[in-house]
Design a protein around this ligand. Structure first.
Ligand code: ATP
Ligand code: ATP
Ligand code: MG
Ligand code: MG
Length: 877
């Protein structure tokens, strides 16, 4: 077996609309192409021995053991690889279930599709699955140590991709609310929502957290002073820089016991608490001043450690933090107990797991010494031995939920404290003997207010109820009823996507909002080009959806991108399919127009149930998509008598048609006339039928989204097929003696559409034609036939990039097509596009129309301008 290709899908796709995270493996079964599982000696038993848990796979039989039955009855190896890839992920702690396997039109080559949770792990699992199966074919087994290594690698890939516990909680809550999210490329910033409606977070800092508040919280002494001024109980303290000043400072705050900590510290670093002598204080000073120049000397308040989380002015959770400790059993030494505690799989390094492993350090030694213990001491059963003075989770502490126990007065104090510091999300450190008693009554204090507090002690407490603290955060960013998305239009089809996208964007602009759109020519926001290039894939869509200035998105969504990685959005509001015509067949295992239709249908299938699928009623493959979509359907047609349209509007549906020279919306019994085709410049005075169709589609999509007829009309009458607005789409140049039409048509349907317009030209018709080299021979031949039908004289040229064909080969097939239609048709072959265009322009007779189908539009337009200048020069001489 050999993997030919591995693709990672990330959005709605050909295989599934709902399951976005899929790996598509193109697998050549090679030597086992014709051997099902039951005919490979020892394969089934070997596989079951290596992966007994495959028993849990239902497969198509729908019950436990279903897949094993299929194995024994005989199934192809592609299907086996699919199940193994799923099972390996499952065993590594990433449960996944969806899979499909299909043979391609190349015998022995399969598409194996399976779900993943983590991209890298998904790809790894596919390769490992092939390795595992191959090994069982060759040797009857797969060594246990190899399997263990695979699973260890998969777990590591999972850990590497994890977001951190606080961010994880936030994105899970976002997903539960259907809020889309992305990870931006720097500083672990998460964007929630689309475009102008989006918000950002970085761990638990929000885009609402003010810089003043965050800085103030970081300045422990300054923050404490403000709280003290407001009458909030805080430990009495002062700041010192030199050790000589210690005795005076200690006296100032009222004597021992005291705490010494760095002025700018966090995670409990450099803190010594419960100091009772100058000697200890001097040692603590050394430790603290190694973290920050100035140190805080303050009163020690005996008590337990609480963290109060305040979000948007409300206390939402309270946790008690218990310092790292072990509990004796009468047999084990402290060292053994620590080791045992650290074996808990919930304990990891730093902040990346629910709990953190306990490390023995200076702090531990000091504490043990104070109690007269060493690491070899055996503790009494039930005896608690603290290994850290402070309760930070990051030094091995645990958390106990106390949300239901906090006294209302303490709630009030903490909420006030958060407001005084000015933080939208604040973690307040309270030391008090009892959180259920008012702080002033029991001598409790607020020792610190933290910006960006960690959530894991609340979402994953070791004891007590887990609190979904991400919920209030998202309620703050997106109060109920506030949209988190912008309207998305997605346009697909074989021909006319770019034109329709540009026209629809132009309609949307009439509303005064900022429109972001993607096309084959580039990405645009408002009136400006962001990036040039063929930008019709998911990454371009995401650029628009991430942009905080964009209020409406109009996305040309081409076949290639859907196939490569799925849609760049989970749902659109209005999906448009213009047509499905033969083009690109044979690429990416899409061999028939029906498969092509299924691929393009992904766009309308992704439309929200209360959104719209705008479909071409004149194209049976497109009209048929109505059966697959969840959204409401709206049809457009060049023929007001089209039976699908008639039936649809009888049922009160929405449609757009070309009737009596007008582009009109039909809404149930009502006809709303938008404009006469004659006044819509892109239709070239109503002569370009396919442009009328594109305009109907754009108008209908806009109307379905609630844009007014007035705005649509204003857009239709001001949108031109000029080089500026639609380069390469029906750009007509009048050079005085003759005219030139530049158009991107590159497939039979495109040629036919242009042909319909060209037929109406009164003078001689000259075609400069070619076709992309990556199309099939028969497609190029058909372009030749159509050219012979449309033009009186043909100049066959090739693209600069032959896309894998030898120079002259594409021209050869086109020439064959020309011959096929008519042996008398006049034609020339000039491979070089520039030379071919020059040749035609130099020889075009008076009153003729030269139609150029270029690969390079801007270069072509330049050639035409140059020629025009020359002609003008000649006539004026
Ligand atoms: P973190 O980053 O975890 O919040 P930090 O380095 O910012 O820690 P503080 O929050 O000031 O430091 O102190 C850490 C812990 O030390 C407190 O949670 C508390 O347990 C203890 N502590 C600090 N100051 C006092 C005090 N005045 N009295 C009693 N305990 C204190
Ligand atoms: P691409 O696949 O290159 O991105 P596209 O779908 O974006 O193409 P446009 O660039 O809008 O299509 O148009 C390309 C050419 O297709 C046009 O210049 C015209 O020749 C032809 N065309 C446009 N609209 C239609 C249509 N509705 N039906 C058939 N042909 C069309
Ligand atoms: Mg703290
Ligand atoms: Mg395009």
């Amino acid at each position: 077996m050999k993997i030919l290709k591995l693709q990672t899908l990330r959005g709605p796709n050909y295989w599934s609309i709902r399951r976005h995270k899929l790996i598509v493996m193109r697998l050549d079964l090679e030597e086992v192409a014709n051997t099902p599982s039951n005919q490979i000696p020892g394969f089934v038993d070997g596989l079951v021995r290596v992966l007994p848990s495959l028993y849990n796979h239902f497969c198509s039989l729908g019950h436990e053991g279903g897949f094993l039955t299929r194995l024994r009855e005989g199934t192809y190896l592609g299907h086996v690889v699919e199940h193994v890839a799923l099972e390996l992920q499952e065993l590594a702690g990433m449960p996944v279930g969806f899979g499909r396997t299909r043979e391609t039109s190349t015998p022995g080559v399969y598409q194996v599709v399976y779900e993943y949770q983590v991209e890298e792990a998904g790809r790894y699992a596919g390769r490992a699955a092939v390795r595992l199966c191959q090994s069982i074919i060759d040797t009857g087994t797969y060594p246990q140590r190899e399997l263990d290594q695979d699973l260890a690698d998969l777990r590591e890939l999972k850990a590497k991709a994890s977001l951190g516990p606080s961010t994880e909680a936030i994105v899970r809550e976002a997903e539960a609310r259907n809020i889309p999210w992305f990870e931006l490329s720097s500083r672990s910033i998460i964007q929630l929502g689309y475009g102008a409606r989006s918000h950002r977070m970085q761990a638990t800092l929000s885009d609402r957290s003010g810089i003043l508040a965050v800085e103030l919280a970081g300045d422990k002494e300054g923050a404490k002073r403000l709280l003290q001024d407001a009458g909030i109980p805080v430990p009495k303290g002062t700041v010192v820089r030199y050790m000589e000043d210690l005795p005076e400072a200690i006296e100032d705050i009222g004597g021992y016991p005291i705490v010494i900590k760095p002025l700018n510290g966090n995670h409990g670093r450099g803190i010594t608490i419960d100091i009772n002598s100058l000697e200890e204080a001097e040692e603590a000073f050394e430790i603290a001043s190694s973290v920050s120049k100035s140190v805080i000397v303050e009163r020690y308040h005996a008590g337990r450690d609480f963290r109060v989380l305040v979000v948007n002015g409300k206390v939402v959770a309270v946790a008690e933090r218990v310092p790292a400790h072990v509990i004796g059993d009468g047999r084990s030494t402290i060292e053994e107990l620590i080791e045992k505690t650290n074996q808990d799989p919930q304990r990891g390094d730093g902040h990346d797991n629910i709990l953190t492993r306990i490390e023995v350090n200076h702090d531990t030694w000091t504490l043990l010494e104070k109690q007269g213990y060493t690491l070899n001491t055996v503790l009494q059963p039930g005896e608690i031995c603290y290994l850290r003075a402070t309760a930070n989770l990051s030094t091995g502490g645990i958390a106990v939920d106390r949300t239901d126990e906090i006294h209302p007065e303490n709630v009030w104090i903490c909420q006030r404290a958060a407001r005084i510091i000015g933080l939208d999300i604040a973690g307040i450190d309270v030391v008090s003997p009892d959180i259920s008693q008012p702080l002033p009554k029991v001598g409790g204090v607020i020792v610190e207010v933290n910006a960006a507090p960690g959530f894991r002690m609340h979402t994953n407490p070791s004891q007590g109820i887990a609190r979904n603290v991400a919920e209030p955060v998202l309620n703050m960013l997106f109060p109920p009823g506030t949209p988190c998305r912008i309207p998305i239009f997605a346009i697909t089809g074989t021909n006319g996507k770019t034109t329709t996208t540009r026209l629809l964007a132009h309609i949307c602009k009439q509303t005064g909002q900022t429109v972001g759109y993607t096309t084959t020519d580039g990405i645009y926001i408002g009136d400006y080009l962001v990036e040039k290039g063929d930008t019709t894939g998911p990454q371009s869509a995401q650029l628009i959806l991430q942009d905080p200035t964009v209020e409406i998105a109009v996305l040309e969504t081409a076949r290639g991108g859907i196939l490569r990685s799925g849609l760049g959005f989970d749902h659109c509001d209005v999906g448009v399919v213009l047509n499905v015509q033969a083009d690109h067949l044979g690429l990416g295992d899409i061999d028939t127009v029906e498969q092509l239709a299924d691929l393009k249908a992904v766009v309308v299938e992704s439309a929200w149930p209360n959104g719209y699928a705008v479909l071409n009623a004149d194209d049976p493959l497109v009209a048929g998509m109505a059966r697959q979509v969840k959204a409401q359907v709206a049809y457009f047609s060049m023929n007001p008598h089209n039976p699908i349209i008639r039936q649809h509007i009888q049922q009160g549906g929405l449609a757009a048609v070309y009737e009596n020279g007008y582009l009109s919306i039909l809404k149930g019994d009502w006809t709303l006339r938008i404009e006469q085709a004659e006044n819509v410049p892109i239709t070239l005075g109503g002569r370009a039928g396919f442009m009328i169709a594109n305009a109907l589609a754009a108008s209908l999509a806009a109307f379905a989204q609630g844009i007014s007829i007035e705005h649509i009309r204003a857009a239709l009458t001001t949108f031109r097929t000029s080089v500026e607005q639609t380069p390469g789409r029906m750009n007509l140049f009048d050079l005085g003696q003759f005219s030139v039409l530049v158009d991107y048509a590159h497939n039979p349907a495109g040629y036919e559409a242009i042909g319909e317009f060209v037929q109406k030209w009164p003078g001689q018709r000259i075609g400069v034609v070619g076709g992309p080299g990556d199309r099939r021979d028969q497609d190029l031949e058909q372009l030749g036939e159509l050219s012979a039908k449309i033009f009186d004289w043909i100049i066959i040229k090739e693209d600069d990039d032959t896309r894998g064909r030898p120079r002259g080969d594409a021209a050869y097939w086109i020439e064959r097509g020309v011959h096929h239609h008519s042996v008398q048709r006049q034609y020339d072959i000039i491979h070089d596009e520039v030379a071919a265009i020059q040749f035609a322009l130099d020889r075009a007779p008076q009153g003729s129309l030269v139609v150029i189908f270029p690969a390079e539009v801007s270069r072509t337009i330049q050639l035409i301008h140059q020629h025009h200048q020359r002609l003008k020069g000649e006539t004026s001489n």
